[in-house]
Design a protein around this ligand. Structure first.
Ligand SMILES: O=C(O)CCC(=O)C(=O)O
Ligand SMILES: [Fe+2]
Length: 314
């Protein structure tokens, strides 16, 4: 757990991040900025992404309406083994070494809606979604599905710049086994309460995200912090005003309600995740063994969430 000196290292600093303008027609210029941002801290803002303020506001409004429901109503759509639905406060613990309890956040997972007879039907991350009752939250599903499609479009556009930044063909990640058939998870999040790192209490413990990239929309309440160098001790944490981004990061609650919508994109279930051809050479061999995407994701989800059986006892 952190001592006083460590806290002082992060309380003051606010990070400034690179902006990637998706309307810039000079793709190589955007790819260069993206490369720089990824080498610097892995977080950047995205502008001119085409997701309307109206849709974003609507998604936040509907998200708040869901979290405002009585716990009993929310538990009707408790997350299932396919990671769809409601995840209550303390359901996840991302940094057990430094946290005394789980994360002080509640969230709701939405994934790709699988259709009847979907060939991926039995795989861990493809499944029908769980939705709150239409009579309780009219229009909720339509708003979330619209936002989901828009966020997916933006992630694919960023992935094309990322491919150029990595000296790959622009459509490298568009292949069917990659983002042609992605595991994409939208997660509505609500934080409340006051964090205290010296006591091991966090809105969201320190972690790096599980997938290829995360598009993050936040409200105006600050809370997200990043750590540019996880190996420097004491770690230096910097606040990030409203963003996207996998660098070590965490969320501190400041007593105010805070809402965010994270959109995580991963390649297909069967994709073999391995060092890219342009990131290795004879003198720079891959650092990690290849692993199937669904195997890796299942490990990360299972390690960080409580066992669903605990909810059956209450
Ligand atoms: O809510 C935020 O600002 C960050 C959430 C986050 O890091 C995550 O869900 O992985
Ligand atoms: Fe995260």
């Amino acid at each position: 757990m952190e001592n006083k000196t460590q806290q002082e290292a992060w309380t003051i600093k606010v990070s400034s991040l690179t902006c990637i303008d998706l309307a810039n027609t000079n793709l190589h210029q955007s790819a260069d900025s993206l490369k720089q941002a990824c080498q610097d801290c892995g977080f950047f803002y995205v502008t001119n992404h085409g997701i309307s303020e109206e849709l974003k506001d609507k998604a936040f409004e509907q998200s708040k309406k869901f979290f405002d429901l009585p716990l009993e109503e929310k538990m009707k759509v408790l997350r299932n083994e396919k990671h769809r639905g409601y995840s209550p406060v303390l359901d996840q613990i991302l940094d057990p070494e430094n946290q005394v309890d789980g994360d002080y956040k509640e969230s709701f997972f939405i994934g790709i809606e699988s259709v009847k007879d979907d060939p991926h039907g039995d795989t861990p991350f493809y499944s029908p979604n769980l939705w709150p009752d239409h009579d309780v939250l009219p229009g909720w599903r339509v708003t979330m599905e619209k936002y989901y499609q828009e966020a997916l479009r933006v992630c694919k556009a960023i992935a094309r710049l990322l491919a150029l930044a990595l000296d790959l063909d622009g459509d490298y990640f568009d292949k069917p086994e990659m983002l042609g058939n992605p595991i994409a998870v939208m997660r509505l999040v609500h934080y409340e309460g006051m964090s205290d790192p010296s006591k091991g209490i966090f809105g969201c413990g320190a972690h790096s995200d599980f997938g290829m990239m995360t598009l993050l929309a936040t409200d105006s309440v600050m809370g997200l912090q990043i750590c540019k160098d996880k190996d420097v001790k004491p770690r230096k944490w910097e606040y990030v005003p409203s963003i996207k981004g996998s660098t070590l990061h965490r969320v501190l609650g400041n007593g105010q309600d805070r809402y965010s919508i994270a959109f995580f994109i991963q390649p297909s279930h069967d994709c073999l995740v391995e060092c890219l051809p342009t990131c290795q050479s004879e003198n720079n061999l891959p650092k990690y063994p290849a692993i199937k995407c669904s195997t890796y994701l299942t490990q990360r989800y299972e390690q960080s969430h409580v066992d669903l059986s605990i909810y059956k006892q209450t």
